[in-house]
Design a protein around this ligand. Structure first.
Ligand code: NDP
Length: 316
């Protein structure tokens, strides 16, 4: 049995939050070790073009941006590893973590940047056009711009769906909202706003049967009313899914305080501290409100600075 590896700063997850934390931690000589996780590069790797990250006046593709962030982290000698952490024990002074192949790591500080995963309907046609970047998206703020002057469909009935439908309504000629029950889950004010937006049509009791396309991109949605059984086709070029996100925090739940939906709770507002000293959080694992690459990067910076200060206070 190998003895545990000792590291000063372990970063779990490789989206913009993790890479930014790595850049700051590495430049502060904390010799960060990063485990990239199940989806190296995170959610941005399923985004086409990123046009709203400052510093890229002509935009950049999501995967390309993540390659650049990785290069930047490695330039300062971040140890970026393919693999993921499957178990932690944060009960003691030393933070113990295990990789999927049983390698044990003892970390002075841990930065959790495991992100969140958008939920999808799971239809094969939806997944097909999602994978090929052909018109399926879970982020209207990221991708809505590509559907300017076109018709879109959005699935969901929560605050996110209402907010995103409203966002799309300003860009698109028509937005059709598919709500599976006979009412919204969203707060009244958000629901009222979409109800009063003239180019948003709301179809209640309506589920998606299939996302339609021509092999290159989305052309429509085939839907069914689950009360009357009536089926119809709605033409659209963008199919948005806003049925919630799942933060990737399951392995931390025995030690880290989570809210009722699984997001990590900040111990102290305005910092990246969790309830466990020496364990910090950055990015979407603690953010159900903004969920942007730039906010994730910002909190990644905060986590590295907080980790550095924690170590300094302990005399490192
Ligand atoms: P929610 O979990 O609140 O809502 C998810 C919605 O998706 C529900 O209406 C649900 O329908 C629907 N849904 C789930 N699965 C399916 C499916 N397979 N087919 C069709 N519809 C489906 O997620 P949100 O992302 O909207 O919000 C998450 C949290 O963030 C909430 O607490 C919300 O209030 C908060 N938030 C607040 C905002 C604000 O205040 N500005 C903005 C955005 C989010 P059903 O109702 O039938 O279960």
């Amino acid at each position: 049995m190998n003895s545990p590896e000792k590291v000063t700063c372990l970063i779990i997850g490789s989206g913009p939050a993790g890479y930014t934390a790595a850049i700051y931690a590495a430049r502060a000589d904390m010799k960060p070790v990063m485990y990239q996780g199940m989806q190296p590069g995170g959610q941005l790797t399923t985004t086409n073009e990123v046009e709203n990250f400052p510093g890229y006046p002509h935009g950049i593709s999501g995967p390309e941006m993540m390659v650049q962030l990785e290069e930047q982290a490695k330039r300062f000698e971040t140890d970026v590893r393919f693999g993921f952490i499957t178990k932690v024990d944060f009960s003691g002074e030393v933070h113990k973590c295990w990789t999927e192949d049983g390698h044990e790591i003892h970390a002075d500080t841990v930065i959790i940047s495991t992100g969140a995963s958008a939920k999808y309907l799971g239809l094969p046609s939806e997944q097909k056009y999602l994978q090929m970047g052909g018109g399926v998206s879970a982020c209207a703020v990221c991708d809505g711009f590509f559907y300017r002057g076109q018709e879109t469909v959005i699935v969901g009935a929560g605050d996110s769906a209402c907010e995103e439908a409203h966002y799309l309504s300003k860009l698109c000629t028509k937005v059709t909202m598919l709500v599976r029950k006979d009412d919204f889950r969203a707060s009244k004010i958000m629901a009222e706003r979409v109800k009063h937006t003239p180019n948003i049509e709301i179809l209640f009791n309506t589920e998606t049967v299939e996302v339609l396309g021509d092999g290159n991109g989305v052309t429509g949605a085939h839907v069914r009313n689950n009360v009357t059984g009536e089926e119809r086709t709605i033409p659209c070029t963008g199919f948005f899914v806003a049925i919630g996100h799942q933060p990737n925090t399951e392995i931390f739940k025995d030690y880290i305080n989570l809210d009722e939906t699984g997001y990590i709770k900040y111990e102290q507002p305005g910092s990246s501290k969790t309830n466990v000293p020496g364990v910090f959080v950055a990015g979407d694992a603690a953010d159900k409100t903004y969920r942007q690459a730039i906010t994730a990067a910002g909190t990644g910076c905060m986590a590295a600075l907080d980790a550095e200060r924690y170590l300094a206070a302990k005399g490192h």
